[in-house]
Design a protein around this ligand. Sequence first.
Ligand code: 26V
Length: 821
Amino acid sequence: MSSSNRFKFDFLASKPKAIQRSVSNHLVYTIGKDPFTATDHDWMMAFCHVVRDRLIERWMETQRSYYRNDAKRVYYLSMEFLIGRSLTNSLLNMDIHDACSSALHRLGIELERLRNLEHDAALGNGGLGRLAACFLDSMATLDLPGIGYGIRFEYGMFRQRIENGQQVEHPENWLAHGNPWEFPRPEVAYKVRFGGRVLEYQGPNGRRQFDWIEGDLVLAQAYDTPIPGYKNDTVNNLRLWSAKAHQAFDLSCFNMGEYSSAVEEKTLSENISKVLYPDDSSSQNRELRLKQQYFFVCASLKDILRRFFSDHNDIHELPERVAIQLNDTHPAIAIPELMRVLIDKYHLEWQLAWEITTKIFSYTNHTLLPEALESWPVELLGRLLPRHLQLIYEINRRFLLMVANLHPGDTERQRRLSVIDEQDGRRVRMAHLAIIGSHKVNGVSALHSGLLKSSTFHDFDEFYPNKIINITNGITPRRWLYQANRPLSALICEAIGDAWVRDLNQLEALIPLADDSSFQERFAAAKLVNKQRLAELVKFHLGQQIDPHTLFDVQVKRIHEYKRQLLNLMRVIAHYNRLLDAPDAEVVPRTYIFGGKAAPGYFMAKLIIRLINDVADVIDNDQAVNKRLKVLFIPNYDVTTAADIIPAAELSQQISTAGMEASGTGNMKLALNGSLTMGTLDGANVEIRDQVGAENIFIFGLTTDQVKQRCQQGYHPRYHFESEPLLRRVVEMIGNGFFSPEEPERYKPLVESLLDRDHFMVMADFQAYLECSDRADAIYRQPEIWNQMAILNTAQMGYFSSDRTIQEYAQQIWQIAPIQR
Ligand code: 26V
């Protein structure tokens, strides 16, 4: 297409009057409702269509500019995208928020009311999925041609309800009332094969060729979601795949009157994109999960190659036009899949195919926990993907030959590095495959990447020096400060302008204001507004009273033993005991806020939730303390509730066992919003300390090295139980039914785990944690100092913008540059 005859359109007007007319039109012509009978939901859908009209025209313009510039694109392959709501984000990023608000007002509708009707797009479990969503925002904001690929799960993360103090999971049908942000692309559909067999044949010039044939076919159909950048008219794409039956039904069965068997195949194949695995846990033998992985990888690669060949014809140029980032090992099957396509379909020689593949792929590791490293039984992989298994063996054979060359006779090293784990039944180690098939591998915080290099992947780091690098995670300041915290944003804009929204380091201009008492007061006032707002929400939704004048002490994240919500709760119980012993003691009145989901099959995590709620009940019913101490478990922690809670927090609990949290990103969101961190030297906490200054953070507990040392020396949690009376009393109360008198044995498994194993060193860190908490209290009693520290946190969190993170990926891994328009 030449630039002179390019199709041009006028951007839709963004004046209130034009918007008002569009809303009315969409209500009638898109939703099919009369203003007099329209429900709030109808108005919301009509309004979302007005917003998406404005998204789509920018989206088309952006795609054309990428095409014109023959841009190298980066494809972010991720099983999870935890987007949350999109309405406010779109309005603010396209700079039409105020115009829309007044347009709706003229129609007698409050924007705030519509906002709350939107469902969260919760296509992710936690940190990994939310990181992918922040990255999409940053790529669009930086004018980078980044495309997300994932699965359009019909059911995302479950809705958590608390019934009798316990987590109960409910399915969340987020698509039931329609999703205004997606564009179905029925014409973009690819066949995905499972099973079948490998055919060997003689190619031209007598070469052995292979073809994967037969088996079952499933269709992957595309749905596009526009991703707007911040006030730059760039709109990128998130393409999610939905499984459709290859044949709607078996006509022969249907004609014979066997209706249910006629649709059986349809149901079975469409199961693939039915539900997100609500579990962080390792994929032991779960066939459907492997199918999900290959399903979206296969469709995405076909789509990537189709786009490449639409304006190129030489496959050798692929690495100059395409970079693919693997978000954890979940999409690592893409490596043998690209090899298969290059060798079996394009008939490239192995060496050339391998060069192209490794230039294109890079892999991000998100966890060190050995039980979380994915591996698939050889039997299962061979049954579903027989050709891939062959290719994996060949990749491994060639790799181990090189290892043997470098370390002759070192068979132990070959065993450690092999893609195939021969230990308990043969399994394919996906991380090894991902490392071998990538040109760069990264960890997500300095500490985590260092540990990858020194322990988990030490042999790989020796074999491939400089392949493993660090790129510290970040969060988008648009969603997590500008949108979530309007009071603080307004104050910051008034003080230093609004350039920080796209250049977060500019927050440093707040440093001189940290000891300005009038700024301190206004900073504290913004925090109080957020606390009051949260208190109102809690009153409205949960019917509970929390006092905005108490310290809001917050731990929100997935419930996991290594994140140590139990340690936090034991601190609560110790504080409770203090008040029991000295009813008139001067303590800092506190509201302990917990939030997070447990994997449905994770017994211990669910028991911890129950204990939090039992402790909350006992304290609520104790008149002697309940004015000064309150425990609240906020159900269904998701992106939307995070945006309600985080701006209101004053203390942020980041207390994982050192060496276990890869990075954490909630820690960044909280500190950016002026919360002080109480944490261990784990994950990105270490770098948060470096940025905000050791004097502005509360660090406690064993370091990674000390944890390791204790393990090696033989760790004895009972020693702490015997020698620390405060700790002993807390553990005994949990164990003897103080919080569960109707069932005294209820928490026996928790106590046994603490006393007999304590894998997460809760007992070892308890004393230090209590002392640290007291240090924080002493400062909270001096509001000027506290506020000064909080301001210095916000001011020095610029490094943790996902814009910085994405720039590092772009330069160090993807070799892509912004597209100027
Ligand atoms: C998986 C498993 C599976 C087995 C049981 C224990 C366990 C624990 C954690 C996981 C997480 C797998 C991947 C993940 O979500 N990692 C998170 O990625 C975030 C973004 O990089 C990072 O901030 C979190 O620290 C990291 O846990």
